[in-house]
Design a protein around this ligand. Structure first.
Ligand SMILES: Nc1ncnc2c1ncn2[C@@H]1O[C@H](COP(=O)(O)OP(=O)(O)O)[C@@H](O)[C@H]1O
Ligand SMILES: [Mg+2]
Length: 379
């Protein structure tokens, strides 16, 4: 849809704001340009509607070289939202939103209907807000009008340069949510600039990370979080977030206390422990806490008539186990391969440290999600 081919921008003889940018923005995607201040985000964006011309390279929209096009016509198909959206103060909200369609000499009734529809889409009741003036709206409401105004002429492309950066955190979250919801209906090609990584992760289909006028990494938020290209990306997305999202938890964090018994105990005792602890098998350990085997309820039931037997006689030997240093992925694979309900976790001395069960895994993940959403709620 939008293709940058070897784009450079030189402001002074020795300063390149952009260095050989190659970028393909797909139709209907929401791509976020992110990077530190001065990395070239705004310069990149403003080249799309020719507010800035490149020093070298070409930009194509739908295969057409935009430098061969009339900038005014080009901009009719490109909505533009900036941080302080600059609504015209002496015009009502409806007049502000209808400005571009009116310039395009569309049928007044049809664009008025459209303006009302758009205001409703961002939760501004047209009956209340259409006739108000910008100064009568909060910052968040004004930015909503800005988004709506960019949509009014129904452009294929929308450029948004830090549109929510001046808002308080709550309004900001709301507008991000609304943008995502809106995008599900309108499927525009959206280029969104931010310096806020959380915003980028939340809204982007793909993130394009810039530094010193170069693309450092471009990929989905998930892939960037999982596979940061280098230390700059790692630092930019924040080590703490990496640990939260990417590093799988250690087995230590997931395992639960095992229910154990000794090899010399009788079968009735075993049944009583199992009933009390609500488990269907016991891990049999010696006095040094080394795992000897597993006694399940079926084996116990099978041999229950024989009063002389102890757990040592009926336990299963050579059960699959996992070393504490192994990864969660290894553990899950072992559980699946061996079709077992749980996995004893051992240290290098074969001492039993805990068990990984399906339930412990589910509990851990649920707890993890709770803390994450709590952290996000506070941030
Ligand atoms: N008109 C200009 N003249 C000279 N330098 C500029 C001009 N516009 C931008 N720059 C420089 O180009 C670099 C990239 O700017 P910009 O694209 O606005 O960065 P960002 O939006 O990522 O903060 C910065 O170092 C900035 O100072
Ligand atoms: Mg900028």
């Amino acid at each position: 849809m939008i293709r940058f081919e070897n784009i450079s921008k030189q402001y002074k003889s020795d300063f390149h704001a952009l260095k050989n940018i190659n970028l393909h923005i797909k139709k209907g995607e929401l791509i976020v340009l992110i990077g530190p201040s001065g990395s070239g985000k705004t310069t990149t964006m403003k080249m799309i509607n020719r507010l800035i011309e490149p020093s070298a390279g070409k930009i194509y929209i739908n295969g057409q070289d935009i430098h061969a096009q009339d900038p005014v016509l080009l901009r009719r198909n490109i909505g533009y939202v900036i941080q302080h959206i600059g609504l015209l103060p002496h015009m009502t909200i409806a007049e502000n939103v209808g400005l571009v369609p009116r310039l395009q000499k569309r049928d007044p009734q049809s664009y008025l209907n459209r303006v009302h529809e758009l205001l409703e889409m961002v939760h501004l009741d047209p009956k209340i807000y259409a006739t108000r003036y910008p100064s009568e709206l909060s910052g968040g409401q004004q930015q909503r009008v800005g988004v709506v105004r960019a949509l009014a002429a129904d452009p294929d492309i929308i450029l948004m340069d830090e549109p929510f950066s001046a808002l308080d955190p709550i309004s900001r979250e709301q507008l991000q949510d609304e943008l995502l919801r809106l995008q599900e209906t309108i499927h525009k090609t959206i280029v969104f600039v931010t310096h806020d990584i959380d915003e980028a992760i939340k809204i982007a289909d793909r993130i394009c990370l810039l530094n010193h006028g170069e693309i450092v990494q471009i990929n989905t938020p998930e892939q960037i979080l999982r596979h940061p290209a280098n230390d700059f990306v790692r630092a930019f997305i924040g080590e703490s977030r990496l640990n939260q999202v990417v590093n799988l938890p250690s087995l230590q964090e997931i395992m639960v206390k095992p229910i154990v018994s000794r090899p010399n105990r009788g079968l009735t005792e075993a049944i009583i422990i199992m009933q009390k602890q609500k488990v269907d098998s016991l891990l049999i350990v010696d006095k040094d806490n080394k795992l000897l085997g597993v006694a399940g309820v079926w084996e116990i039931h099978q041999h229950f008539q024989d009063e002389s037997l102890t757990l040592a006689d009926i336990m299963t030997l050579n059960v699959p186990t996992v070393n504490i240093s192994e990864s969660l992925a290894d553990a899950i694979q072992l559980i699946n391969q061996n079709k077992v309900a749980y996995l004893p976790v051992l240290n290098d001395q074969s001492e039993l440290l805990g068990v990984i069960t399906r339930a412990s895994l589910v509990n851990f993940m649920a707890k993890h999600l709770e803390t994450r959403s709590r952290q996000e709620g506070l941030a």
